[in-house]
Design a protein around this ligand. Structure first.
Ligand SMILES: [Zn+2]
Length: 197
């Protein structure tokens, strides 16, 4: 395997009106994450790294199962999967972004930490292992054989987060943070390939 064929699968979470939303329902998670996924794919292409971005997409208003997402990522020959989400909860005060990795996956942990460190300060993000308290996150990450990182970009149910998430500069900042995570993955992956050679 060479760096020339590193494939990053970009998974826009949900699909259809099954995800999270702002309190006034003016902005839905599936719309937001799809737009972010499209921009991210373009950014990775523009970077001209030996990294091929593949957008997992199933058509409007379709919410594929976790197994279907993994099957599509496998068909694309993925090495890293980034699953994009936004949160919403009943409590208005919950805020901030979180980059989840599978406990014990050191590469996923490294990628999540870079994304969190590079995340726009206006929202902020922490890197978090998807341990037993996070059953929904575990369901997403656990469906994937290869390294997967789930990014909750912020809380649509929080007035501050939802306002920030809709600013163009913040959207671009989030994309750059993910791009930094992809660069980190590439670096770690290449290093392990060279050690194995
Ligand atoms: Zn979600």
């Amino acid at each position: 395997m060479t760096a020339e064929n590193l494939v990053v699968a970009i998974d826009p979470g949900h699909g259809g009106r099954t995800g999270c939303r702002t309190r006034d329902e003016s902005l839905w998670e599936d719309d937001y994450v799809l737009a972010q996924a499209l921009e991210l794919r373009t950014l990775i292409q523009l970077a001209q790294w030996p990294v091929t971005p593949v957008l997992l997409r199933y058509g409007p208003d379709v919410c594929p199962s976790h197994a279907q997402r993994e099957a599509s990522a496998q068909a694309a020959g993925y090495h890293l999967l980034i699953s994009l989400h936004c949160d919403s909860v009943v409590q208005e005060y919950a805020h901030g972004g979180r980059a989840f990795f599978w406990p014990g996956n050191e590469i996923g942990e490294a990628v999540a930490h870079v994304i969190a460190d590079a995340y726009p300060d206006e929202i902020g993000a922490i890197a978090t292992p998807a341990d037993l308290g996070w059953s929904r996150v575990r369901n997403v990450l656990g469906a994937h054989e290869h390294t997967a990182v789930l990014l909750e970009q912020g809380f649509l149910s929080n007035a501050h987060d939802s306002e920030q998430l809709q600013r163009e500069s913040i959207k671009a900042g989030i994309q750059l943070a993910v791009l930094a995570g992809v660069a980190r993955f590439w670096h770690v992956f290449e290093a392990s390939r060279l050690r194995a050679a």
